[in-house]
Design a protein around this ligand. Structure first.
Ligand code: 48H
Length: 479
């Protein structure tokens, strides 16, 4: 076929005009196609939101291409590896907990998946201003990066967005504009950008997640921009925090009713994705007592979201939807209930009853069953929301009233549908159940000691005891 230059030109102009025209109004506009912005785009698009990414450079990927000092390999830690797995990106364990991946493979796969999920990427376009109405950012002002770089006097164009994510990395470009031009007080300690601190990888990785949040009405910060905005340190070429931050920011924006996943099993995971910090705090508390994960079974393992991180490979679960997700996570899951565990006597060194005593019909039987399948000297680990704690009280109140009190509830509260027929156990009740079944040497740790509204702000280290935490983990020994 003899191709015609003019048709090629018309095709490009018309298709691009159509594409950009469609994105003059959208649900979420992401500024910056680095790792955090592209991951956010993936999750938002997957949930059915109309999302576009505006990127100043000709290429996507931000700082990821360059790995560390242009050695194009990246490192992610255990917590984030699953995200690379999800996109089929190859990882190799370097030392326990440290995984490497090819930087080019990683960023191209993430971008490809984001676009396949429905996100659009507009490269070579810079965000040079924002639109503000009644103290809320309602849109972005765009220009060609070539115009910006050559300093030509060309007026910009504007697009509207219900949410804006500043994923511009170290320079926090969007919120800088807001701070300089609109004088809107940012939700930082001083109301201004605090600036990035010097290198401290461990702290920075944790803070990136905590700092990923709404910084002023309609605008969220993600990735390196989150740390730079809230005064966190830099972390060097470890990218787990960037990826998890992108996932978290999407979770903060996706409204429940627009979630693209419609099964309860997925909803359950989505809640933990939105409350990633709560999840990490609960996980740390469970970890205190899970000392032999390979020989531990998780009863009522659900989607396996906790077990995967605890290293537990065996599960029992009655709901097929949940079991399917857990199997995807590499677990061997038997169908069964806590009251009738499909395992022989004295099979395991550990049994985890992770928050299920609040849901089972016969708690006494469930604890006796855990005792039965444990070997002598083995441990049961029970985690639960304490009846006397503020989470349980908040949930009960919301169930009775049919809605949450927005002033008291966390940003993304537990869906009410999961609160039906729950029985929150008190510490006294769990203690009694365990002792009555024959368990001895009971030990307790607690976490989530802040008001529920603030518990997703900072990961908590577990503390001994049970007098403050909303989430309690108890270990008991079978003599
Ligand atoms: C359009 C813009 C504008 C604008 C900037 O820097 P990034 O890769 O962003 P993150 O936060 O996803 O990842 C950070 C990571 O790459 C990194 O730098 C790390 C881990 N550093 C650690 C350390 O110690 O140094 O990407 C941001 C993107 C870039 O592609 C910019 O071109 C783009 O945003 N951008 N796009 N309009 N005004 N400003």
């Amino acid at each position: 076929m003899a191709v015609n230059e003019v048709i090629i030109t018309q095709a490009i102009i018309n298709r691009f005009a159509e594409k950009l025209g469609t994105y003059t109004e959208m649900d979420a506009a992401i500024v910056g196609a680095g790792p955090s912005g592209l991951i956010a785009a993936y999750f938002l698009a997957k949930a059915g939101l109309k999302v576009a990414v505006f990127e100043r450079d000709l290429s996507i990927g931000g700082g990821m291409w360059g790995g560390g000092m242009m050695f194009n390999e990246i490192v992610v830690q255990t917590e984030a590896r699953q995200l690379l797995d999800m996109f089929g990106i190859g990882t190799r364990e370097y030392q326990p907990g440290y995984y490497t991946a090819d930087a080019v493979e990683s960023i191209t796969a993430i971008c490809f998946n984001a676009m396949q999920a429905g996100a659009k990427v507009f490269n070579s376009i810079s965000v040079e201003d924002v639109i503000i109405r009644e103290d809320r950012v309602t849109g972005l002002v765009l220009n060609w990066s070539a115009v910006e770089r050559t300093g030509m006097h060309v007026d910009p164009l504007s697009v509207a967005a219900r949410y804006v994510i500043d994923a511009t990395g170290h320079n926090t470009e969007v919120i800088k504009l807001i701070e300089e031009k609109a004088g809107i007080k940012l939700k930082t300690k001083t109301g201004k950008i605090l600036g990035e601190g010097s290198m401290w990888a461990a702290r920075a990785e944790q803070l990136t997640l905590e700092n990923t949040r709404e910084i002023c009405p309609g605008v969220f910060v993600a990735g390196m921009a989150a740390n730079a905005a809230f005064g966190g340190p830099r972390m060097g070429p470890i990218f787990g925090g960037m990826l998890l931050s992108g996932k978290k920011v999407a979770g903060l924006i996706i409204p429940e009713e627009q979630s693209g996943f419609d099964t309860s099993a997925d909803d359950f995971d989505i809640w933990f994705n939105k409350n990633q910090v709560v999840f990490e705090s609960e996980l740390l508390a469970q970890k205190v007592f899970i000392d032999d994960p390979e020989h531990t079974v998780s009863i009522g393992c659900g989607s396996g979201i906790f077990d995967e991180r605890l290293g537990i490979k065996s599960g029992v679960e009655p709901a097929e939807d949940m079991a399917r997700l857990a199997r995807k996570r590499g677990m061997t899951v038997k169908t069964g209930t806590a009251e009738n565990i499909p395992y022989k006597d004295q099979t395991f060194n550990g049994v985890l009853l992770g928050t299920i005593l609040s849901y089972v019909k016969d708690r006494k039987k469930a604890v006796h069953e855990a005792y039965r399948i444990l070997k002598p000297g083995g441990h049961v680990v029970v985690s639960f929301l304490a009846r006397e704690g503020s989470y349980a009280l908040l949930y009960d109140l919301a169930s009775t009233q049919g809605k949450y009190d927005p002033e008291a509830a966390p940003e993304a509260p537990y869906p009410l549908k999961f609160l039906k027929e729950t029985h929150w156990c008190s510490v006294t009740e769990v203690t009694h159940l365990l002792k009555e079944a024959g368990f001895v040497d009971l030990k307790y740790v607690q976490t989530l000691t802040r008001h529920p509204k603030y518990s997703n702000n900072r990961i908590e280290q577990p503390k001994k005891g049970f007098d403050r935490g909303d989430y309690i983990v108890v270990q008991g020994k079978k003599p």
